[in-house]
Design a protein around this ligand. Structure first.
Ligand code: ATP
Ligand code: MG
Length: 410
């Protein structure tokens, strides 16, 4: 019986896993250099953790199930809400700010396509407890440094949902969040139709469109000031810090972000070469702690779409030296013993477990691209020697066992 994997999921073979681990390692290293420490939360949570802010609508995009006691649970679609639940439950007395990072799988019931899966991985951070533009600056800089270090061709765009929210506030919460969602999707036609149907007056419609079209350098703030009354200081201060760090970015007042919990600065990164699913990172400042029974705590974070980054990232992991031990029949014990010594020295060492002839062991060694083969034959063993063959040059030398180990470990 052949069983397919579930729709929207993937298997990862060793070559791909090595690349993914290398990318993950680099992300971790940079986050740790910024002082962030890793945390982990459960793969599934109470459904309400995700519906309390985003509404029941989100249920359609989630893997929701009941356990045997009838509890309503959901596989996490993202990690910001779980991290803030954890913060509210466990971390309220820890010194602020807290710097957390995570690398974890997420699940969304979406239509699978290139760069969009039902199980995917996010690398993200949350900087908890600061309401300053400096927190925004640090988090944006960290996202930028991670993507930049991977040699990805990407654009960073920064906006502020407070601007849109303030503009939309006369329309009431429900209409405002519907409009934000249409803006986030980039669905201009849907936006126009909705505003018309909902009876948003002409002048307001014009103003909304004018603001979401503002994109470019800091000049857009001056343009926005002409259109609406708002304190743009936060965005100005953030821009000025980022300019000092040589982060390349654009302001885009049309960034709305899908989730309702963002309150201030928001940002997104888009990579070349991914087609429609080009957003590789999304983040911003938010307040969720009080919603989960914790103290009101301003926070800033981002989530990088790890799978999309892997798709466009060209790095290849350094391949480790591989040694194959090939032995004559009856000398398998010698092979195991030498292999064990080499491994203790940190060398990746593979022995025959198929009871193959020496010839077949040698061809297996070339098939798996071994760098060296150690050949253990009866005559050599008697003299305390082994043959070491360089598989790239085909050169073969006789060494004592000790010399061979020192040579291969070097
Ligand atoms: P999109 O607009 O592409 O659906 P999103 O706004 O839903 O993205 P977030 O919730 O901000 O995305 O998640 C952060 C990142 O996770 C995204 O920028 C994206 O790179 C990645 N991501 C989101 N959904 C998926 C998915 N189904 N498969 C793979 N990666 C995803
Ligand atoms: Mg989405």
């Amino acid at each position: 019986m052949k069983i397919e994997r579930p729709r929207g999921t993937r298997d990862f073979l060793p070559d791909e896993m090595e690349k993914r681990r290398e990318i993950e390692k680099r992300m971790r290293r940079i986050a740790e250099r910024f002082g962030y420490r890793e945390i982990a939360t459960p793969t599934f949570e109470h459904l309400e953790l995700f519906t309390v802010k985003s509404g029941e609508g989100i249920v359609e995009e989630m893997y929701v199930f009941e356990d045997k006691s009838g509890r309503k649970l959901a596989l996490r679609p993202e990690l910001t809400a779980p991290v803030m639940r954890m913060f509210a439950n466990e971390c309220s007395v820890m010194p602020r700010p807290l710097r957390f990072y995570y690398f974890a799988n997420c699940f969304r019931y979406e239509r699978p396509q290139k760069g969009r899966y039902r199980e995917f991985w996010q690398f993200g951070v949350e900087l908890i407890g600061s309401d300053s533009h400096l927190a925004d600056a640090e988090v944006v800089l960290l996202a930028y440094r991670i993507l930049d270090s991977l040699g990805i061709d990407f654009e960073l765009q920064i906006g502020h949902v407070g601007i849109l929210r303030s503009l939309l506030s006369p329309l009431g919460d429900e209409m405002a969040s519907k409009i934000m969602r249409l803006i986030d999707k980039g669905d201009r036609e849907g936006l126009l139709d909705y505003m018309e149907a909902a009876g948003v007056d002409g002048e307001m419609r014009e103003t909304i469109l004018a603001i979401i079209d503002l994109k470019g350098d800091e000049g857009v703030i001056d343009e926005a000031k002409e259109i609406m009354d708002y304190d743009f200081e936060r965005l100005e201060k953030l821009s000025s810090i980022l300019r000092e760090t040589e982060v390349k970015f654009e302001l885009n007042l049309g960034i709305a972000r899908g989730l309702d919990y963002y309150t201030g600065v928001v940002f997104e990164c888009y990579a070349e070469g991914l087609g429609a699913q080009k957003q590789v990172c999304g983040g911003g400042s938010y307040e969720l702690s009080s919603l989960f029974g914790g103290p009101k705590t301003p926070s800033t974070g981002f989530a990088i779409g790890f799978d999309r980054v892997c798709e466009v990232c060209k790095i290849s992991p350094k391949s480790e030296r591989t040694v194959v031990i090939a032995s004559f029949r009856g000398l398998e014990g010698h092979a195991f013993r030498i292999a064990d010594k080499l491994r203790a020295e940190g060398v990746r060492t593979v022995v025959d477990v198929m009871e193959r002839s020496l010839k077949k062991q040698m061809s297996f060694a070339s098939e798996v691209n071994a760098d060296y083969t150690v050949i253990i034959g009866p005559e050599e063993v008697e003299k305390g020697l082994v043959a070491v063959k360089n598989m790239k040059t085909q050169e073969q030398i006789l060494l004592t066992e000790k010399e061979a180990i020192r040579f291969l470990a070097g």
